[in-house]
Design a protein around this ligand. Structure first.
Ligand code: ZN
Length: 499
């Protein structure tokens, strides 16, 4: 038996205790009592269940880097993947290259050729990469719509709705524990509310939550939240809102939180930063992204289409969040330089970047004050979702979110109590995403554990040095195997796809 001795144990829910913890056969074998075995001395350190990041763009990362060091270094041992309705599967035969081109800036390219079509085949293939941590899949509505309908901007027929429901069911049968939506991404954004209800009913039958990137995080935020509250109510599925924020007015945050509190059983996640990150292509209106990546690129080469995009950015369109028009080119950064600093007409500059990269470029958009970020982080319904996107110059949230939330907001700034912050990173996240085998230090649970030094645990990633790893994690175990020691991965890869 492995014995972790002398640590202050935060069990995931409930107050900390000074007890020894024993691990055997990948599980927690003992909590408290006289334990003997291979001892890890942990005086002065905190032992917690491994952290659960409920929103991560790691669907294909493990093909490049199965050690997922940015996550593991923060004590994260489980990530929920395929958020925002976006996923590498299911995918219609012959459409995988198109899907890859659209997803690449968020998820990376994956293997040279995608050998899967079904969700189950993809999960088997991903599992074979042997990721160091556990990856918990969502079934993505956008991926399902693309498989059944393709990129067309139109309502689904009755037959297509039935087929989409079958695909969602197959996703849950393959191991998904939530249904994600990306109602600003394509083709997910083409869905009407009736379609969302139809697929949400399948999630309800599996007792799984709906996890939406809502249709509008700008001026239309409250209406967009109301749509998902309606979908949740009508379908009977619980609601967990992804990366809660207000891109436009901070005055919307108060009524937003009130709405979520008033609804039954709603939760949300947040990455603890005042800037977001997504596809640069998300600056384009829906009509310009119709019919997939190749059609989008063709429009960007057409001067008439560019003029129409510039007009729409200036004047807006009904219900469109219009990030470029809302934030302005000064606050949108691609590859380390703002759209404004790059010079030229903003829409033309964006088009050039998209054409050069064949849509494969991210943007970081600065929208919120630090006070607004903390107001959401302090809320008891908040869970931690890094929204981590890998890349050469990514958003620092990929390497900093958990450590920023617990190490900075909680331990250094006293924004909330450690017991509360740790519960959100562990037991409460497990409960929300149906992960009964983890998230608590209790006998019989999976031995996913993080040992941290509360005096030094903190994020160091910044916009300038986004890949700078968190400090203060003294040890990490995944299914009882030591995966993190002496500030680096040990090479153990006991994670995999959790099903
Ligand atoms: Zn999102």
């Amino acid at each position: 038996m492995l014995v972790i001795r002398g640590a202050t144990v935060y069990p995931g829910s409930g107050p900390p205790r000074q007890v020894d913890v024993g691990v055997a056969d990948g599980k927690i074998a003992a909590v408290g009592g006289e334990l003997s075995g291979d001892v890890v001395e942990a005086d002065g350190l905190w032992l917690c269940p491994g952290f659960i990041d409920v929103h991560a763009h790691s669907a294909l990362r493990s093909y490049e880097e199965p050690l997922l060091t940015e996550a593991l270094s923060q004590g994260v041992t489980t990530q929920v993947i395929c958020p925002d309705g976006l996923a590498p599967a299911p995918v219609a035969a012959g459409r995988w290259a198109e899907r890859r081109d659209y997803l690449r800036a968020l998820e990376g390219p994956g293997p040279e050729e995608w050998p899967w079509t079904t969700f189950a085949e993809y999960l088997d293939d991903l599992d074979a990469t042997r990721p160091v941590i556990s990856l918990v899949p969502s079934i993505g509505h956008g991926a399902v719509r693309d498989t059944v309908i393709g990129g067309e901007r139109r309502p689904a027929t009755r037959e297509e709705l039935e087929e989409m429901r079958r695909e969602v069911r197959a996703g849950f049968e393959a191991g998904a524990t939530s249904l994600s939506f990306g109602l600003v991404y394509f083709p997910g954004a083409h869905a009407d509310t009736e379609e969302l209800v139809a697929v949400a009913e399948v999630a309800a039958a599996f007792g799984a939550p709906l996890v939406p990137h809502v249709r509008n995080e700008g001026a239309g935020l409250l209406e967009a939240i109301d749509e998902m509250l309606e979908v949740s109510r009508r379908s009977g599925a619980a609601l967990h809102v992804s990366h809660l924020k207000s891109l436009a007015e901070e005055s919307l945050i108060e009524p937003l939180l009130e709405r979520l509190e008033a609804a039954d059983g709603v939760t949300f996640d947040q990455y603890p930063y005042g800037a977001g990150c997504t596809l640069l292509a998300s600056l384009l209106p829906a009509w310009a992204q119709e019919d997939g990546a190749a059609a989008t690129l063709a429009r960007l080469r057409d001067p008439d289409a560019l003029a129409r995009i510039a007009h729409d950015v200036e004047h807006g369109l009904p219900a469109w969040e219009n990030v470029l028009g809302t934030l302005g080119p000064e606050r949108i950064v691609a590859d380390g330089e703002s759209i404004a600093d790059r010079g030229g007409e903003p829409v033309e500059t964006v088009a050039e970047l998209l054409l050069e990269s064949e849509l494969g470029v991210q943007m970081i958009m600065h929208y919120a004050s630090e006070a607004a970020v903390r107001k959401i982080a302090a809320h008891p319904l908040m869970l931690l979702g890094s929204d981590g996107i890998f890349g050469a110059k990514p958003h620092p949230r990929v390497a900093g979110s958990a450590a920023r939330f617990l190490g900075r907001f909680c331990l250094r700034e006293d924004l909330l109590a450690p017991e509360e912050a740790i519960a959100r990173l562990t037991a409460r996240a497990a409960d929300r995403f149906g992960l009964a085998d983890r998230g608590r230090i209790e006998v019989g649970k999976r031995a996913d554990l993080v040992l941290l030094d509360p005096a030094t645990y903190v994020d160091t990633a910044t916009y300038e040095s986004p890949l700078s790893l968190a400090e203060g994690v003294a040890g990490g175990w995944v299914a009882g195997e030591r995966a993190w020691a002496e500030s680096r991965p040990t090479g153990a890869r006991a994670g995999g796809v959790a099903r």
